[in-house]
Design a protein around this ligand. Structure first.
Ligand code: BGC
Length: 717
């Protein structure tokens, strides 16, 4: 439909019909035998009849139901405006992929795109139109429970993943490709910088910091064509994002040319009252609409107050018209006016959702996402090894992680099931050892008995999936004590111990990394997790993941991230003056950004620059040869970092600028070429000019942010 036709529809709508388009409610009241307003819905003070007119619904799916709901809705719609179905399809719909933080560790943008495409397809055939993803919040604090939803601590990498996820969810043409869904980037902005890692907490930072690190990934998603933006719960400089006109209008719409729909997060319009920037719901509605929120999710301020606010002249109706038009444009771009049922199709739903093909893709991506953190020559396991599989995650389907909505733990291949189908039954003993946070003497003794008869102990440890995610921050990020005690007990048997970790955040790994022979970080690997892990343990696949978030030495070090500033008293000045360090712990994280082991070894040689003077408008080519010097074929993530030695403001010690993941057979050598231009060296100056400065730069190439070789070049502008 063209703009004029949509504008005509808006013109033909009553004020109440328009306001209803701005309302989004959860879908449970649409259940077949439902329709009754009870519980939290009743608490919102919204009547049955108003609910029936809401322009969008969240959290419902299933082709049969959604077709029925859409039919009923259209019967009552005077203008024939279809209902929009949105949902949290974050790392899979029913076939669950590794959590986004794990996906980040794959450094594989094709994998990220294909995971999003599969998730979109399963969701679309089940009737969903919009997913509340990707979440691209930059994170530096693993206490925050939501670090699992993002790809990590680096803005460049997050931006690359943001684009890949948007491409995967949306494809090229949402109107024609009904196997895709519209994407909603979130949470705008800087939700990941909550003070102390406590969810929903205050965020405060300079605009320089915000623009340099926190905004780029949202912008990347928008450049990739993302259709919606969700506001965040936090304040920045005292202003809740949901009523932050500067963020939502000046930055998002004016600077970035975003023409899509802005939606508040759950209840966040009403929460500005608790934030203390509105007296009541009416004022909250006024501020949010003026700031640029089109759809209010799950609070009733718009629907209860906008009518009166327009009639009394407080709010201009034109603001409502603009918001409605944007919502109708979104519905139109999805092709809903021509086909309100879009991809919803019961038969295809049965064929596509959790099909074998999707399971295989999920397995492949899980294999790419695990990170080998330690290996003292115990992995890969040899066939014939007698294994004692012990621990609270040995035989559980609770390895999907938070935000796996339709994923079901009974559909997961557990580690025990995968091992049972890989090795002879008499070579495997399984024991619980302890539960996630508690344990009994019997469990401990059973574990010791199992371990005694084995050649290798595989310990499956971690956090229960509800220990990370929304409203799941932790002040202590060690493994629960009972699990550390289990390690200590089993260590007395002097058998090799391999720990497989299931968790949603970087952990403080003292008592683990220093105690056992090998550690495989499996994160929450999803539906095919067990099989993927067994393939890695036995070397059928070679681990290739690299951390995208630093593992702190201890919580006292947080925030700890690789691209920090030098300070005026860096540690290398030790002995000369007071330096910036701790008395009791190192400055460096336990495990750095970009780190991850393989069963093979890679050597780097012939690191060369095409020139040592880069002119504006030209490219500097950086080449390095990487050779697989070990016995297994393997993938390596070759990383390129840059340091601007003297800037107008202090510049990070290293910044990731490019990376390439390559596959090498034993003995094989490949040359990797990166290109750096002046544009990649631009940064925000003190007056927020985004420009480069002529001068000297260091360039680093290597296998992690720490294990690098260095050269210099000069930029001439
Ligand atoms: C979360 C969002 C999510 C929304 C809808 C909120 O609580 O912060 O990330 O998309 O709920 O479920």
């Amino acid at each position: 439909m063209n703009f004029q036709a949509l504008a005509m529809i808006v013109e033909g709508m009553t004020l109440d019909e328009k306001i209803a388009q701005l309302m989004q409610l959860a879908g449970h009241f649409y259940a077949e035998n439902g329709g009754e307003v009870t519980g939290p819905m009743a608490d919102l003070g919204i009547s049955d009849s108003i609910m029936g007119t809401a322009g969008s619904v969240l959290g419902v799916s299933g082709a049969k139901d959604l077709i029925r709901i859409q039919k009923d809705y259209l019967r009552n719609s005077s203008q024939g405006v279809p209902l929009l179905f949105m949902a949290d399809v974050i790392h899979g719909y029913r076939t669950i992929f590794p959590i986004p933080l794990a996906l980040g560790c794959s450094w594989d943008l094709v994998a990220a795109e294909s995971s999003a495409a599969v998730a979109a397809k399963e969701a679309a055939v089940s009737g969903v139109h919009v997913t509340f993803a990707p979440m691209v919040d930059l994170v530096r604090d693993p206490r925050w429970g939501r670090v699992l939803e993002t790809t990590g601590e680096d803005h460049y990498l997050n931006g690359q993943f943001a684009r890949a996820f948007v491409r995967g969810f949306q494809g090229h043409n949402l109107r024609q490709d009904t196997d895709r869904v519209a994407a909603c980037v979130k949470h705008f902005a800087a939700y990941g910088a909550a003070e102390g890692g406590r969810d929903y907490n205050t965020v405060d930072m300079s605009e320089h910091q915000l623009r340099s690190f926190y905004l780029p990934a949202y912008q990347a998603a928008i450049e990739a064509g993302c259709q919606l933006v969700m506001t965040s719960f936090n304040t920045i400089a005292g202003m809740p994002s949901t009523v932050n006109r500067w963020l939502l209008r000046d930055v998002l719409r004016e600077e970035w040319d975003f023409t899509g729909v802005v939606i508040s997060d759950w209840d966040s319009v009403k929460e500005v009252i608790a934030h203390g920037v509105a007296h009541d719901e009416a004022e909250a509605a006024t501020k949010a609409l003026r700031a640029g929120v089109d759809i209010e999710m799950m609070s009733p301020c718009y629907v209860k107050h906008l009518h009166q606010l327009v009639c009394s002249g407080v709010v201009e109706e034109s603001l409502i018209d603009e918001a409605v038009l944007r919502i109708l444009q979104l519905k139109d771009s999805l092709g809903l006016f021509e086909n309100p049922y879009r991809g919803a199709n019961e038969e295809r739903e049965r064929e596509v959702v959790l099909c074998e093909e999707h399971r295989l893709i999920a397995r492949d991506i899980a294999e790419k996402s695990c990170v080998l953190l330690k290996n003292d020559s115990v992995l890969p396991l040899e066939t014939g090894t007698k294994i004692a599989l012990i621990g609270p995650f040995a035989n559980t389907g609770d390895i999907l992680g938070a935000w796996s909505w339709k994923g079901q733990s009974e559909e997961v291949v557990t580690l025990a099931q995968a091992l049972e189908s890989k090795i002879d039954i008499d070579q495997l003993t399984i024991a619980q050892g302890c539960d996630v946070t508690t344990g009994t003497n019997e469990q401990r003794e059973e574990a010791i008995r199992a371990a005694r008869g084995s050649d290798v102990i595989v310990l499956a440890l971690g956090e229960a999936s509800n220990m990370s995610g929304e409203a799941a921050s932790r002040g202590n990020i060690c493994l629960p004590l009972v699990q550390l005690e289990l390690i200590a007990t089993l260590k007395t048997l002097k058998k090799p111990i391999v720990v497989v970790l299931f968790n949603g955040r970087p952990l403080d790994l003292h008592g683990v990394l220093d105690q056992v022979d090998a550690v495989l970080e499996a994160w929450y690997p999803g539906t095919e997790g067990g099989t993927a892990i067994v393939n890695l343990l036995f070397g059928d696949r070679n681990p290739s993941g690299k951390l995208t978030m630093s593992f702190p030495y201890t919580v006292g070090q947080i925030p700890v991230y690789y691209n920090h500033l030098n300070t005026g008293r860096p540690e290398e000045f030790a002995g000369q003056s007071y330096v910036s360090n701790y008395l009791d712990i190192p400055n460096e994280p336990l495990l750095p950004f970009g780190f991850g082991l393989s069963y093979t070894h890679f050597s780097y040689s012939n690191f060369a620059l095409s020139t040592d003077v880069l002119e504006k408008g030209e490219s500097l080519l950086i080449t390095v040869e990487v050779k697989n010097t070990g016995e297994y074929s393997g993938e390596e993530v070759v990383q390129l970092y840059v340091r601007d030695l003297v800037g107008e403001v202090a510049r990070p010690l290293k910044e990731l600028k490019a990376f390439e993941k390559i596959l090498l057979q034993p003995g094989e050598k490949k040359q990797v070429t990166f290109s750096v231009t002046e544009e990649q060296l631009r940064y925000y100056h003190s007056d927020l000019r985004f420009e480069s400065d002529a001068g000297e730069f260091e360039v680093f190439v290597g296998s992690s942010s720490v294990d690098v070789q260095k050269q210099k070049f000069t930029l001439r502008c």
